[in-house]
Design a binder for this molecule. Structure first.
Ligand SMILES: [Zn+2]
Ligand SMILES: [Zn+2]
Length: 274
């Protein structure tokens, strides 16, 4: 489930940023607009400030100091990167600011052309990774049905838990000595007299599932006779797929009740929205 989740987020981010509306390009464009305006005004205000000063020495480095200060909040432009400019024999501030103002439009156009082919490989930290980390919860799966723990903290204290378990048939659970799938969910089973088999052919009562040791003992499964309509619909609707997948049948104790088969997709989904 974790890998699927990562994969899903990545596809969604891709289609969001690079899909028909090319949001990434638009975003870069609008960031550039803001930046461009700010650089122009930084050029103007630095020139003004340096001109106002009476001392004539080192005007260029003063100008560069001002220029970097103006932009600190906006971009990471280390003053040291501009050292080279100091050594070029520029003494006229007006000349420098004019040269800057003239060079900027060309740079802007060049960047815009690059934006047109921008993709997510540009990002040092991939957007989907950042997003997925926001959702980093517990990924433990119920050892009986495969439902994912709903705790939102990775490596949390206490038992794993999930509000709604699924029919065991989803992970291929079957009744002993038959090829009949188990339609009951974990919460039903822990209320029953049934047993399950663990390694070395030991049989454990569902009621005492913790006796089976980890991973079983790390789960808190409360007995509950009910089951979500969603899973009733799911096993009815995907019956053939599940049967083929596990090579077993919904028969005998695993017979899908008539009532389940009458549940519509809308009813099943409506329940999930609650
Ligand atoms: Zn379960
Ligand atoms: Zn958990």
């Amino acid at each position: 489930p974790e890998q699927f989740f990562q994969w899903y987020i990545e596809r969604r981010v891709e289609s969001y940023c690079l899909g028909e509306s090319r949001r990434l390009e638009k975003f870069l464009d609008s960031s550039l607009d803001v930046l461009y305006g700010n650089i122009l005004s930084a050029v103007a205000s630095s020139t003004q400030r340096v001109k106002d000063r009476k001392d004539q020495k080192d005007k260029i480095s003063l100008w560069l100091d001002e220029f970097c200060r103006e932009l600190t909040e906006l971009i990471n432009l280390p003053r040291s990167d501009l050292k080279g400019l100091e050594h070029q024999e520029i003494t006229d501030i007006e000349f420098l600011s004019k040269a800057m103002a003239e060079a900027l439009p060309a740079m802007e156009n060049e960047l815009r052309e690059e934006f047109a082919v921008a993709d997510l490989s540009w990002f040092e930290m991939k957007p989907h990774t950042i997003l997925a980390e926001q959702f980093l919860g517990c990924w433990e799966q119920c050892p009986f049905c495969g439902a994912v723990c709903t705790n939102t903290i990775w490596g949390h204290d206490g038992d794993h838990q999930v509000l709604f378990h699924r029919p065991r048939a989803l992970t291929g659970g079957w009744w002993d000595k038959t090829d009949h799938l188990v339609i009951d969910i974990c919460s039903n089973l822990v209320a029953s007299k049934c047993k399950f088999e663990v390694a070395d052919a030991r049989w454990i009562r569902f009621k005492r599932y913790r006796d089976a040791g980890p991973p079983f003992s790390n789960w808190k499964i409360l007995p509950d006779p009910s089951m979500q309509a969603y899973w009733k619909w799911f096993v009815s609707h995907f019956r053939t797929e599940i049967e083929t997948w596990h090579g077993k049948k919904f028969q005998g104790r695993g017979e899908i009740p008539q009532a389940w088969q009458r549940i519509t997709k809308e009813e099943a989904l409506a329940e999930l929205d609650k």
